[in-house]
Design a protein around this ligand. Sequence first.
Ligand code: ADP
Length: 536
Amino acid sequence: MHGLMQDSPLVIPMILRRAMTLGTGMNVVSAEPGGNVRQSWSEIGERSMRLGAALDTLGVARSASVASFAWNGHRHLELYYGVPNAERVLHTVNVRLHPDDLVYVVDHAGDAVMFVDASLTHLLAPIRSRLGVGAFVVMEDGGSIDPAFADDPRYEELLAASDPVEPSANDEMAAASICHTSGTTGRPRAVAYSHRSIVLHSMSELMVDSHAVRRGDIVLPLAPMFHVNGWGLPYAAGFAPASLVLAGSDTSPAAVGRLIAAERPTTMSGIPTMWAQLESTFVDRSVDTSSVERILCGGAEPPPALIEHYTDLGIDFFHGWGMTEMSPSGTGTWIRGGQASDERVTRQGFPTPTVELRVVGTDGSELERDGTSVGELQVRGPWVAAAYFDPGDDANEARFDDDWLRTGDLARIHDDGSMEIVDRRKDLVKSGGEWISSVELERELAAHPSILEAAVIAVPHEHWGERPLALVVPRDDTHVVAANVREFLHDRVAAWWIPDLILSVGALPKTGVGKVDKRQLRSEYGTADGRREPWS
Ligand code: ADP
């Protein structure tokens, strides 16, 4: 017998309808050079429906992909809703990609049209003729428009000339958006999310053990909207509904501090480097950050000291793990404000309901959940990719094992079901036939009082095969002495893990989404042989 319940399609129009009808009194605030722009969810909804009609005017076919090249702001949010609701597919392009990668991803997704923030037009001007899109639309965000885009249609004019059309999307399996991975370990790969996967993922972010986005929250996502759908928060905020504060082009600690003081967010999201940069804003109380109750942190492992800085202030800290292929949310754990931390804070936590995890050994068999067996982490669930966007992508063979996605991360699962990342497979250091985890070594290095940030890469070694090289960024006004750091590590890691080479640097290179760029580090230092000077 079949169940006799209604088969409501899980489509993004469902989220928008809820935001428009239940979001009364809540705002979408966008920081722009001329001041903060404040809109209601109804206004956002109405404008997104005008955008749907504008896509018809521009001649963009149903199912065609529409690129956005934009900061976090209300026009980008209108694209998030307006494009999929009008049965087109939104492709959120990372504005920090190298020009050659930009050309690659736009071509790869086959974008028909591109919506560009005025303040970003200068980045596209030199490659405009290489981008095979049919039209550009300029979104006036208060930045200056590069002369190469002087004659392109303007977003506001298009919207003003269009009457709103009701969302027509009703096929939950249809593609809603495309995201490329941030390319930390290789060329960006594309994932195509469905309406259904986005709706289910957004609902999961309302769960208390997940991102805990609640009705009436004020959500300030620092995660860019071009990185995995802004971690789903622009949709989760619509679903709750909650207010959204969108930071625009200036995400410096000073600007974010001003935004926090003015808009009083209750919850914020960002990767560990962003939280490290904001630490002093929160700790020295130079601005009023007292509204922030909950912090969402993911994308890389946060050092325990960083977590403590926030929990000591009474803020609840969510440590989440995920990936582009997972929309991105996979696992997480809350470390409660004011609570003493224990060794478990470095775990990536428990899978969100419907997500399943397993670790698999080199022989392909599933390993025990005993907290010690380390293997490749594999995942499955309704918002996990079943294939890459490009049917010709070699990864379609390599990255899937029946219905499980092979994450490329090495992990152990503890007997309580919590997961702990050991390293990315590509970042492990193989020394004398044994593995050294760069993640663990970085965590211990960052615990040193004079070290602000640390990265570890493998460098070739005649005898051991590979040895770890540590690059460390000293805290302000401090000097890092390699011998002291080695001594500090003695009590914390096995002696053979301790890097022979510890180099003090001014800053670590970052990828477009702000993660430490190990590809860049490998190309700069990967052939270091110990004779390179100056080693500190
Ligand atoms: P890229 O692989 O190009 O960085 P993603 O942004 O999709 O693209 O990154 C996903 C990867 O980031 C994961 O596979 C994992 O290696 C790493 N990651 C994400 N969150 C965490 C975390 N909390 N701890 C450790 N690693 C993490």
